[in-house]
Structures are given as structure tokens and as C-alpha cells.
Design a protein around this ligand. Structure first.
Ligand SMILES: Cc1cc2nc3c(=O)[nH]c(=O)nc-3n(C[C@H](O)[C@H](O)[C@H](O)COP(=O)(O)OP(=O)(O)OC[C@H]3O[C@@H](n4cnc5c(N)ncnc54)[C@H](O)[C@@H]3O)c2cc1C
Length: 376
């Protein structure tokens, strides 16, 4: 409705609908206006990409933690959050090793996995007898996730029939023929169908902006194709019972590449190698609940003070010393750093309430003074 209110051209409306549907629901869902608003922020304040790719951001954060004396352990799968006398006191990882917490435990996985899989039900029920059922029933996921195709290219894409300009390759490229095309691409996933008859997609050629990410003259390309996690009618087959197999993911990838090649005819002969990751593989690799990289849907009813549920929306949980952050908390998924920043503030407030309140007051005064002077 919002897009129709402001724009007439299908050429413009279709990619805008595609962007708003990035929050993993069909654009006709009224709550998706929120997605459209988020996408406006791509213009103001704008988007940034770290030189060297997203991995470079992780490396910078690791260095920052280590420079302050922090230690990061990886490949340590938490199997149990340890609770003693109503307080989170540490975690047990695969293999049985236990790590004790001096100040508290912060979880960055979603509330479903945390409370239903990593905690003793008795501990949760003692703190809040309704929480387990509410987490299980209330938090939803509409079955939409991503099949991702990564390609190494011998030459950049060329949109020959679309007045190609190299500058098109710097940003994100959306293949969305019409609003209806986008609507179908997102509705099919919800009912377990793969929308690959006429694929809509989101692509980025990172080397268009940052040539350091490939050998000289070569390029990288990733393609995001929305696909169902659980394929209808294929329950119990394929990886994790989702219906996804190597054969199927490659067949779908071929169709996606066929479609993109209609726009960039040099694509097929320039692919040096490709890697296809199915929704089930993505879910297995990162541990997402049903492949949902936002941890669960970013629909309006699960945003703001409802994310993930009103009673645990302020980064605290009813278990003393157990905090919750990550994509499943406000303001949601994507690489913004905001859930972590907000949670860190709440965590610090718990440790040093007076000092942190004074710090907040100082920041408020400083920003008020700055904005008064700026507006003059
Ligand atoms: C293909 C794709 C493209 C995307 N593109 C963009 C983009 O362009 N821009 C953008 O902003 N966002 C993008 N996103 C979304 C973004 O990546 C996610 O929303 C974001 O990574 C969520 O971050 P997080 O730290 O909250 O959670 P996660 O990234 O899910 O991190 C949680 C971590 O916890 C670990 N973990 C899980 N279970 C356990 C356990 N039991 N014990 C120990 N560790 C555990 C996982 O291995 C993982 O490392 C994209 C996502 C995908 C899949």
C-alpha cells in the first residue's frame, strides 16, 4: 500500500517490494512496511561494507576484545546453561567441560534454542512457569530462508540488455520483475514450495566495490535466493528431514543462474567455480532455528518491545544473571551490532548501577548540548 501510494512505475515498485520482503515475508503483509522503512535507511544514514568483507569486521572485533585482555574460544558448543539457586553460573560445552561465570551469562542465540534446548526445564519453570510454553508457541517462523550461491568469476557481470554501467556493480542488485513476482517468491516459501520456476533474487558482486577480495582481474559474486526450509511433501527426507539434497540444491541453483544469465549473458562462461548452500546446510552450519538467520521472523508483532516476548524484551531473563542478545532481540537481525550494544549496556547497569546511571546522564547532557549548538 505504501509503495503504491508514492510510486507508479512497476520498474521501481518491484525492487522496493523485494527490499521490504527482505524481512522474510511477502510484501503484501501489512507489517512489512517496517521492512520498507528499514530499506529507506540504505540511503540515509546509508550502508557500509568493511574492506575485506564481513570477515574483516569480525577480525577487527576480535582484536578489540583481545587488546582489552578478553579471551575468545570457538568450536565450543554450549549444551547446558548451568543454574544454581536461580542464578546462571556458567555453561557446559560438548565434551563435558564447564566454564564458570563471575558476573553472568549472555546468550546470543534465540530464545527458543536457549530456553527449550539449553536449559533445564525445572530451572526455567521455577523462575517463570509460563515462559517455556510461551516461547514454544508464541515465537514464530514462517519457513522462509535462503539458498545461497557463491561464485568465483573470471570477469565482472555485464548487464548488456540493460544499459550496463560498471557502477551498477558497486551496490546490491535485485532481480524482481514485478510486485506480483516478488509476492509469489515469498508466499511459496511459506507453504513449502520452492519459487524456482521464475526466480527472484538479490545479488552482490563484492569485488565491484572492493577488488582486494579476489586475485587481480577476478571477481566474487553471491546470490541470495529465498527458499523454504521445510519442503512440503518431502518431510523426513534429505538433510535434517527438510527434503533438501545435493541434487535438488544444484538443480535450483542452475535455474537461478539461468535467470540471472538472461540479464547478464556473460555469467555462465565466466563462472570458474561455485558453491551452493541449501537452507538445511546453512541452518546446520550456523545453528539457525529452521534456517532463520534473523533467529525468527521480523514481523511487527515480534519487533520492538515484543522481541522476542514482552517479558524478556529488555535483554534480561527471569533467571538471575542470564542475559539475551542477538538477532532475536530488539532491533532484530542484520549486522548492526545494536542488540549487542544494548545488551552490554543493560549488563553493565546490573554490575554498576550508580556509575552507569551517571555515565548515561553525562552522555545525555553532552548530546543535548551538541544538538543545541548544531541547530544554531
Ligand atoms: C546469506 C545471508 C546473507 C545476509 N546478508 C546480510 C547483509 O547483507 N546485511 C546484513 O546486515 N545482514 C545480512 N544477513 C543477516 C545477518 O547475517 C544475521 O541477521 C546476523 O548474522 C545475526 O547475527 P547474530 O550474531 O545475532 O546471530 P548469528 O549470526 O546466528 O550468531 C550466533 C552464533 O552462535 C553460535 N551458536 C549457535 N548455537 C550455539 C551453541 N549451542 N553453543 C555455542 N555457540 C552457538 C553460532 O554458531 C553463531 O556463530 C544475511 C544472512 C544470510 C544467511
Amino acid at each position: 500500500d505504501n509503495i503504491n501510494e508514492y510510486f507508479d512505475s512497476e520498474f521501481l515498485k518491484a525492487p522496493l517490494a523485494r527490499l521490504s520482503a527482505e524481512l522474510s515475508s511477502p510484501p503484501s503483509q501489512k507489517a512489512m512496511a517496517f521492512g520498507a522503512m528499514m530499506m529507506v535507511m540504505r540511503h540515509e544514514p546509508g550502508m557500509a561494507r568493511p574492506r575485506g568483507g564481513t570477515g574483516a569486521l569480525t577480525e577487527a572485533l576480535v582484536k578489540a576484545v583481545q587488546s582489552l585482555g578478553g579471551v575468545i574460544l570457538t568450536d565450543q558448543k554450549v549444551e547446558q546453561v548451568l543454574v544454581d539457586d536461580g542464578k546462571a553460573v556458567g555453561v557446559r560445552v560438548a565434551g563435558g567441560k564447564e566454564y564458570r561465570a563471575n558476573k553472568g551469562v549472555i546468550s546470543s542465540i534465540d530464545a527458543k534454542r536457549l530456553f527449550l534446548h539449553l536449559m533445564d526445564a525445572g530451572d526455567v519453570n521455577t523462575a517463570d512457569p509460563n515462559l517455556l510454553e510461551r516461547v514454544d508457541r508464541r515465537i514464530s517462523d514462517n519457513n522462509e530462508t535462503i539458498l545461497k550461491i557463491d561464485c568465483a568469476l573470471s570477469e565482472p557481470l555485464r548487464f548488456e540488455h540493460h544499459e550496463h554501467k560498471d557502477e551498477y556493480l558497486i551496490g546490491s542488485i535485485l532481480i524482481a520483475d514485478s510486485v506480483n513476482h516478488v509476492e509469489k517468491a515469498h508466499t511459496d516459501c511459506t507453504i513449502g514450495k520452492i519459487p524456482d520456476e521464475d526466480p527472484s533474487m538479490y545479488i552482490v558482486m563484492p569485488t565491484g566495490l572492493d577488488p582486494s577480495m579476489a586475485p587481480e582481474g577476478k571477481h566474487t559474486l553471491w546470490i541470495e535466493f529465498f527458499a523454504p526450509y521445510q519442503i512440503a511433501g518431502a518431510e523426513g527426507t534429505g538433510l535434517k528431514g527438510t527434503g533438501w539434497t545435493d541434487e535438488l540444491k544444484n538443480k535450483v541453483a542452475d535455474r537461478v543462474i539461468d535467470k540471472l544469465a538472461q540479464y547478464s549473458p556473460n555469467l555462465k562462461h565466466s563462472i570458474i567455480a561455485r558453491h551452493v548452500e541449501s537452507p538445511a546446510e546453512l541452518s546446520q552450519r550456523v545453528g539457525f532455528y529452521k534456517g532463520n538467520y534473523y533467529h525468527f521472523d521480523m514481523t511487527l508483532d515480534q519487533m520492538l518491545c515484543f522481541r522476542p516476548l514482552p517479558e524478556i524484551a529488555n535483554y534480561k531473563t527471569p533467571i538471575d544473571g542470564l542475559f539475551l542478545t542477538g538477532a532475536g532481540t530488539h532491533p532484530g537481525g542484520s549486522i548492526s551490532g545494536l542488540p549487542g550494544r544494548n545488551c552490554a549496556r543493560v549488563f553493565l547497569h546490573e554490575q554498576h548501577p550508580i556509575a552507569e546511571t551517571l555515565n548515561d546522564a553525562k552522555d545525555t547532557i553532552k548530546s543535548t548540548v551538541e544538538s543545541v549548538f548544531k541547530s544554531q
